[in-house]
Design a protein around this ligand. Structure first.
Ligand SMILES: *[C@@H]1O[C@H](CO)[C@@H](O)[C@H](O)[C@H]1NC(C)=O
Ligand SMILES: *[C@@H]1O[C@H](CO)[C@@H](O)[C@H](O)[C@H]1NC(C)=O
Length: 311
C-alpha cells in the first residue's frame, strides 16, 4: 500500500519512500528517477569554473535554489542569459543540466533548441510554432521537470517563441501536466552593447567589477531584447507579460580572466606548468575598446585553438 502511494504520487522526497524509489527506479525510466539536483555542486562549479561573472554566479544559484525548494512552484523558472560570445553563457547552461540530472546533459529530459538547426527558415514561422508547441507540450507530459535550452536566441525568427507564452506563466494544471516545474533557459548575445558599456564605464571610473549590480542592467536588457529586430524576443508578449524570472548579464572578460581560462584548460591537458603559453595566449587576444583595451572581444572563446597554436 505504501509502495503504491509512493509511486502513484511520486512522493519520493519522503524518506519512508526512499527504498521504494530505488526499487521503482530500477524498472522505470521516469524522470523523477533521473532528477537528482545537487545545488552544492552547482554552486561549487559556478564558483570554481566560471570567471569574472559575479552576477551570473549569484543569480543562477539563488534562483535555482529558490525554485527547487518549492514543492509546487507557482510558475516555471525562466532565465535569459545575455552577453558577448565567450563569456560563459553556454557553459553555465550546461552546468545546470549537469547538476540537475543524473545523466547530466545527455539526459532525455534536457532539451536543446538551436535556431539554425531546428528553425532555419524565417518564412516557416507558422509551422515552427506548431512544432515547438507540440514538442514542449509532449516533453512536459512525459516529464514535468524538463529543462529547455534555447541557444542563439538572436537567430530565432521573431514571433516564434511567443507560442510558449502559456507555458511560462502561472498557468494552472493543464492536461494533467504541471507546467510549472519546468526550467527554461534562453541564451543570446542581444544586450551585449548595454552590458559592455556599463562594464567599460565601471572600469573607467576605477570601480570594482563587483560593484556592477543586476538592478543597473535588468531593465536595459529587457528593453533592448524587446526592441531589437534581430532578437527572438522582438516585440514578444513574453517580455511584455514579464514572464522572464531573471535576465542574467554576462560581463566582458579582461585579460586576467582570459588567462585563468587558459590556465584551467592547460591543467586539464596536464600542462599546468606552461606559464609561457598562458602569457602568449593572453597577449594574442584582441582587446577593446580603443582607447582602454579593457576587454577581450571574444572572451574565452578562442582559447582552445590558441593553446594549440602556442603549446
Ligand atoms: C521532445 O522534444 C524533442 C525536441 O527536442 C522532440 O524531438 C520530441 O519529439 C519531443 N517529445 C515528445 C514526446 O513530444
Ligand atoms: C531593423 O532595425 C534597423 C534599425 O534599428 C533597421 O535599419 C532595419 O531595417 C531593421 N530590419 C528589419 C528586417 O526590419
Amino acid at each position: 500500500m505504501l509502495a503504491v502511494l509512493c509511486v502513484l504520487f511520486l512522493y519520493f522526497h519522503n524518506p519512508v519512500c526512499g527504498v521504494f524509489q530505488k526499487l521503482y527506479c530500477t524498472i522505470s525510466d521516469s524522470c523523477d528517477c533521473d532528477f537528482k539536483p545537487n545545488i552544492r555542486d552547482l554552486e561549487w562549479d559556478l564558483y570554481k569554473n566560471l570567471y569574472g561573472q559575479h552576477l551570473a554566479q549569484d543569480i543562477v544559484s539563488e534562483e535555482v535554489t529558490r525554485f527547487l525548494q518549492k514543492k509546487n512552484p507557482e510558475r516555471p523558472l525562466v532565465l535569459s542569459f545575455h552577453g558577448s560570445s565567450g563569456t560563459g553563457k553556454t557553459m553555465v547552461s550546461s552546468m545546470l543540466g549537469n547538476h540537475l540530472y543524473g545523466s547530466a546533459m545527455s539526459s532525455p529530459y534536457v532539451h536543446q533548441f538551436v535556431p539554425t538547426l531546428h528553425f532555419p527558415l524565417p518564412g516557416r514561422v507558422k509551422e515552427y510554432r506548431e512544432e515547438l508547441k507540440s514538442w514542449v507540450q509532449g516533453n512536459l507530459t512525459e516529464c514535468a521537470r524538463s529543462v529547455f535550452l534555447f541557444d542563439e536566441m538572436e537567430k530565432l525568427p521573431p514571433g516564434l517563441i511567443d507560442v510558449l507564452e502559456p507555458f511560462l506563466g502561472p498557468s494552472h494544471v493543464v492536461f494533467r501536466t504541471n507546467y510549472r516545474k519546468a526550467i527554461y533557459v534562453f541564451i543570446s548575445t542581444t544586450g551585449e552593447k548595454v552590458i559592455n558599456k556599463m562594464a567599460v564605464e565601471n572600469r573607467q571610473a576605477g570601480q570594482d567589477r563587483e560593484e556592477i549590480k543586476l538592478a543597473d542592467l535588468q531593465e536595459a536588457i529587457a528593453e533592448t531584447v524587446y526592441n531589437s529586430n534581430t532578437s527572438g524576443f522582438f516585440h514578444s508578449s513574453i517580455i511584455q507579460q514579464k514572464l522572464i524570472t531573471s535576465f542574467v548579464p554576462f560581463l566582458p572578460l579582461s585579460r586576467h580572466h582570459v588567462e585563468r581560462c587558459v590556465r584551467s584548460q592547460l591543467c586539464q591537458r596536464g600542462s599546468c606548468a606552461r606559464t609561457d603559453v598562458v602569457e602568449a595566449v593572453g597577449g594574442d587576444m584582441i582587446y577593446t575598446p580603443s582607447p582602454g583595451k579593457y576587454f577581450s572581444s571574444t572572451g574565452c572563446k578562442a582559447v582552445p585553438a590558441k593553446i594549440n597554436l602556442f603549446l
